[in-house]
Design a protein around this ligand. Structure first.
Ligand code: FUL
Length: 624
C-alpha cells in the first residue's frame, strides 16, 4: 500500500490534525486524486482520542425520563403542566447500579426532550423541575444522576433536544439559539464531566409555522470549550446515527464515510448529490469514495429502546432476552456502539421487569462471550488454535482502529477433522465484528482477508460456541377485534374508495392499503358488525414506516349506530417517523361502539395519500 502520498487536506468542520501517516478524524481529497489515492487516504483516517474512548465503551444506556413519563406520550406538545412531574421515589442510584451491574459504561439522560421540560432547575425557563411538586421544586435530576454516576464509576452523557415545543421564542432563530446556548452552558458547566452530548435530529416548526435555523457551529463551539472530551452525537460530528431505532446495524459498516454531518453547512445538498441518507445501506464503499470530496471518521451508534417506546408506558413490556441478544449481535457485533434505552417509570425507578431482563442479558453475555475458546492467537497471521478441539459457531474479530479501518471482505475458515472448511464470510470488521454460523467441529480458526484498503492489523480474535436464548413473544398480548369482521363503509365519503382497504385488516403487516389523493386529509369509516367495548386502536404504518404516506396527526371517532358520533381520541403519532412500530392509542375509558372512524389530519411528509399496513381495534371487557 502506498504510504508516501502527500495529502493536501483542510478543515471542513474545525480541527483536523495530521499524525504521522494518519489523518485524525477527516481528510479532504485533493483535486484530481485518483481512486487508488482516495482509497489509500480513506484507509489512513483514524478516530480522535474521544471517539476512541467512546468506541471502547461498547455498551451505553439511554434514560428517557420526563413529562412524557407522566402523560403516557412519546412526544409531548410543550403544553404540559409541570405539576404532572412527580417521581415520588426517584432514585438515580438504582438506575446507575442496575445499568452498571448489566455492564453499561455510560448513561445518557434526556435532560430536555422535545416538550421543553427541563430536568434541571434552569434559569432559562420556568418549564422545569423547579415548577413541579417533586421535592417541593428543589429537585434536580441531572445533579442526582451526576452524583450517582460518581458513586458507581459511570460516565454521564446528556440529551438536549434542540426542538423545543414549549419555548415561546422557538422559531425566532437568534433568540432561541441564545436560549439553547444558555441551557447547554448550564448543563456543561455545572454537572462535572460530560462524555457525550446528544442532539436529536427531530425538528418541528415553531409557533405560526416559523422555521428555527439552528446555529450548530455556535453549539459545537460551546461544547468544545466546556467539555472538550465529550463526543457529539447525531446532530454532531463524532457519532453517527445508524439510521433506525430497531437495533440493527449494517452488515457492511464503515466508520470512515463520505457522509457529511447535518450540522455542517451545505450537508443536505452534498449528501443528496452523493445519494447518501441516514438510512442508506452504503455509506462507505469504494464507489462512493470516488464521488466524494473527502471522508471522515464518523462511527455508528445503534439507539434502541428495551421497550417499544422510548418513554415508560405501563402497558408495554421489555423486549425478550432473545431480542436483546440479537440486538447485541447486530450492533456491537456490527462495528457500532449500542445505546440501549431503559426508561425509568413514574415512581422514578427502573421497573423490575427491565432490571431482570438486563441481568439476564449480562448472564447471557458472560456465559456466551466470557471466555474465548481460542488458546494461542497469532494476530499477525490472523489465526488461532482452540484450547481444546470442539464445536464453535461464532467468531469475534476486531481491527486496531488506531491504524484505521481496512478490511473490506474476509472469510472465516476452521480446521475440521476433514481439513479446512469455510464457515462464514463477512465484509467490514472495524472495531468489532461478530459472525455466527452453523456449529462446526474445529481445532483451529483462520481469517482470510479477501479485500482490504491498507495493511490489516487485528486487535482481537475469539471463537465461541454460543447459544441464543429461546424465542418468546416480545409484548403483552392485547385483545384485538378480528380484522376479518371489519366492513369498510366509506373512505372520504365514498364507498368506491374502500377498494383494497381489507389489506389494512388482514393481520399481515407486509401488505398495505394506500388511499387516493386528497389534500384535505382522509377519513375511513368501518362497521365492526356488532357492538363491542373499544379500549383503543393500533395503527401500523406501511412498509417499514419512514416518510411514505405515514399518518402523523389523527382523530378517532366511535358510534353505536353509524349516525351519532363521539370524539374518542385525537393526537399525533409522536416519533412514528423514526420508530415506525405499531402505534397504540388507548382511550381514557372503554366506549361501547359498533362503528369507528379514523381521520388523518396530517402525514409526516405532507403527502396527500395515507398508507396503512394494519389497523386494529383494541377490545376491552367493559371495565376501566
Ligand atoms: C428520536 C426522538 O424523536 C425520540 O423521541 C427519541 O428521543 C429518540 C432517541 O430520538 O428521534
Amino acid at each position: 500500500m502506498k504510504r508516501n502520498f502527500i495529502a493536501v487536506f483542510f478543515a471542513v468542520a474545525g480541527m483536523v490534525c495530521h499524525a504521522g501517516d494518519y489523518f485524525v478524524k477527516e481528510v479532504v481529497f485533493p483535486a484530481g486524486a485518483d481512486s487508488a489515492a482516495r482509497v489509500d487516504m480513506a484507509s489512513r483516517v483514524v478516530p480522535t482520542p474521544r471517539q476512541m474512548a467512546w468506541q471502547e465503551l461498547e455498551l451505553t444506556a439511554f434514560l428517557h425520563f420526563g413529562i412524557n413519563t407522566f402523560t403516557d406520550r412519546e412526544w409531548g406538545d410543550g403544553q404540559e403542566d409541570p405539576a404532572t412531574f412527580n417521581p415520588v421515589m426517584a432514585d438515580c442510584d438504582q438506575w446507575v447500579r442496575t445499568l452498571g451491574d448489566a455492564g453499561f459504561k455510560m448513561v445518557i439522560l434526556t435532560a430536555k426532550h422535545h416538550d421543553g421540560f427541563c430536568l434541571w432547575p434552569t434559569s432559562t425557563t420556568a418549564h422545569s423541575v423547579a415548577s413541579s411538586p417533586w421535592s417541593d421544586g428543589r429537585g434536580d435530576v441531572v445533579r442526582d444522576l451526576r452524583e450517582a454516576c460518581d458513586r458507581y464509576g459511570m460516565k454521564l452523557g446528556l440529551y438536549l433536544s434542540p426542538w423545543d415545543r414549549n419555548a415561546e421564542c422557538y422559531g425566532d432563530s437568534e433568540r432561541y439559539n441564545s436560549m439553547f446556548v444558555a441551557q447547554l452552558t448550564e448543563l456543561l458547566s455545572n454537572y462535572g464531566k460530560i462524555d457525550e452530548v446528544w442532539f436529536d435530529g427531530a425538528c418541528g416548526e415553531g409557533p405560526n409555522g416559523k422555521k428555527q435555523e439552528y446555529d450548530w457551529a455556535r453549539f459545537k463551539s460551546v461544547i468544545e470549550k466546556l467539555q472538550p472530551d465529550a463526543v457529539t452525537a447525531i446532530m454532531g460530528d463524532d457519532v453517527r446515527w445508524v439510521g433506525n431505532e430497531n437495533g440493527t446495524g449494517r452488515l457492511t459498516e464503515w466508520s470512515v464515510t463520505p457522509k457529511m454531518p447535518g450540522i455542517l453547512p451545505g450537508a443536505e445538498e452534498y449528501n443528496s448529490r452523493l445519494g447518501l441518507n441516514d438510512m442508506g445501506g452504503d455509506l462507505g464503499s469504494r464507489g462512493l469514495l470516488c464521488k466524494a470530496d473527502g471522508v471522515r471518521w464518523w462511527p455508528s451508534e445503534v439507539d434502541v429502546s428495551i421497550r417499544p417506546g422510548w418513554f415508560y408506558h405501563d402497558r408495554e413490556k421489555p423486549k425478550s432476552l432473545r431480542r436483546l441478544a440479537e440486538i447485541y449481535l447486530n450492533s456491537v457485533g456490527r462495528n457500532s456502539v449500542l445505546l440501549l434505552n431503559v426508561p425509568p417509570d413514574r415512581n422514578g425507578l427502573i421497573a423490575s421487569s427491565d432490571s431482570t431482563r438486563l441481568i439476564e442479558l449480562r448472564h447471557w453475555l458472560d456465559s456466551n462471550f466470557g471466555t474465548s475458546l481460542l488458546g494461542d492467537v497469532d494476530l499477525d497471521k490472523c489465526r488461532g488454535t482452540l484450547k481444546t478441539p470442539g464445536e464453535i459457531n461464532c467468531v469475534e474479530l476486531g481491527e486496531d482502529i488506531s491504524k484505521g479501518q481496512q478490511i473490506e471482505s474476509f472469510d472465516v475458515e476452521v480446521l475440521t477433522p476433514d481439513g479446512w472448511h469455510k464457515a462464514a464470510r463477512g465484509t467490514t470488521v472495524g472495531y468489532k465484528r461478530i459472525l455466527t454460523f452453523a456449529p462446526v467441529e474445529a481445532s483451529e480458526v483462520r481469517i482470510v482477508v479477501t479485500g482490504s484498503r491498507g495493511n490489516v492489523t487485528l486487535r482481537s480474535m475469539g471463537a465461541y460456541r454460543i447459544e441464543l436464548p429461546e424465542s418468546e413473544a416480545d409484548n403483552a398480548v392485547l385483545c384485538l377485534f378480528p380484522g376479518s369482521e371489519m366492513k369498510p363503509v366509506r373512505v372520504n365519503g365514498s364507498e368506491a374508495e374502500c377498494r383494497g382497504l381489507e389489506k389494512a385488516f388482514d393481520g399481515d403487516a407486509s401488505t398495505s392499503w394506500t388511499s387516493g389523493q386528497s389534500v384535505s386529509g382522509h377519513e375511513i369509516e368501518v362497521d365492526m358488525g356488532c357492538e363491542i367495548h373499544v379500549d383503543g386502536f393500533v395503527y401500523t404504518p406501511g412498509d417499514g414506516g419512514g416518510f411514505d404516506n405515514t399518518i402523523f396527526k389523527y382523530e378517532f371517532q366511535l358510534s353505536r349506530d353509524g349516525v351519532a358520533w363521539t370524539d374518542a381520541a385525537a393526537g399525533e403519532f409522536g416519533n412514528v417517523v423514526n420508530n415506525p412500530i405499531p402505534q397504540h392509542v388507548f382511550l381514557d375509558k372503554s366506549v361501547p361502539a359498533r362503528y369507528f372512524r379514523l381521520r388523518s389530519k396530517a402525514t409526516v411528509d405532507g403527502s396527500d395519500r395515507i398508507t396503512i399496513a394494519e389497523l386494529s381495534i383494541i377490545e376491552g371487557d367493559g371495565s376501566d
